[in-house]
Design a protein around this ligand. Sequence first.
Ligand code: ZN
Length: 375
Amino acid sequence: MRLNYKNYTVIIILVLALSLMAGCASQTPYFKLDNSLQNDIKNFSGFQYVPLSRLCDVYGFECQWDSYIKTAILRKGSHKIVIRTDSDRVLVDGSIKKASRPVLLDTGAVYVPISFVREDLAQLIKSAPIEKPPVLEEVRKYSIKTIVLDPGHGGKDPGAIGRRGHLKEKDVTLRLARKIKDVLEASGVRVIMTRDSDVFIPLPKRADIANKSGADLFVSVHINASRSRLMRGFECYHLSNATDDNARVLEAFEDSSLRMGEGAEAEHSSQLDKALWDMALTENRLESAELASYVCDSVDQSFTISNKGIKSARFYVLKHTHIPAVLLEAGYISNRYEEAKLKDPSFIDKLASAIGGGILKYKREYERTEGFTKK
Ligand SMILES: [Zn+2]
């Protein structure tokens, strides 16, 4: 009897040791949810979820929720997670993850599938310290050093063409962008041009240049056109979820050069989830709107051209850049008065100094108020 009892003990110890070893060897060790969350677990269609607010409390994530676009940004240390309700795509430190179930909104609260917490958040929860090191906050510098200028169209894509003088949008955008570059560089800003000659650059490439450059702002330069020859004036666009009908028409025209990308569009959309690009941009909405307002105000005060103000749209280049971005429509080439003006080098000079001046004023205010957080 005694001997048998001892044998059983040895066997139990062996089994325990083996199962422990197996546990250590497995690549994703089982992540046990914090006990305090047990009472918060809710079932949706047979799947377990936890409320996002509790998850953030328990694991020390800083959580920002935008109810308008139903998107949450979670931060912990240097980690950043972007989630959107009704979507199973999640952005974890810039890379797209697919959760097994979509994030849900139920009676005003956001619920995250437990499977996602275990599979993807567990690593971040374990690795990042709960207390945020104060050093990280101080390291963040509010400075604008590099700006991408994007002269619209080019090469085989002429853009809009003036009816009277047959002026091409692609030529004016390049001339204007070069002059804006001079204004910015004179103030010590580094400028990257998406093109500096008459070449065709597909839109995805332009967005790519902006995203990979490490630049702080993106300014796309275009000239407007309308069936109505009376339409004239300067407009600044920034990204928004809301668009009006005029903006939609313009969007369709500016994005038509996407179709000239010879398969670039198809290749692009298969790789990228449109909704995710929008999500990646949400944090720049405020800055983009501010930038648009500084540029428009400066143009308004320069009296070089009538100002039609700030508008919002979903242009391809704006939707696909990760940095604050605006698209300028610097007058109407379809209006004969403005077409003549756009041909005049001294007008281009004045307009460039007004636009550049607005960008520089934005830069100064952004730096002074630490990203518009201080008055
Ligand atoms: Zn254009």
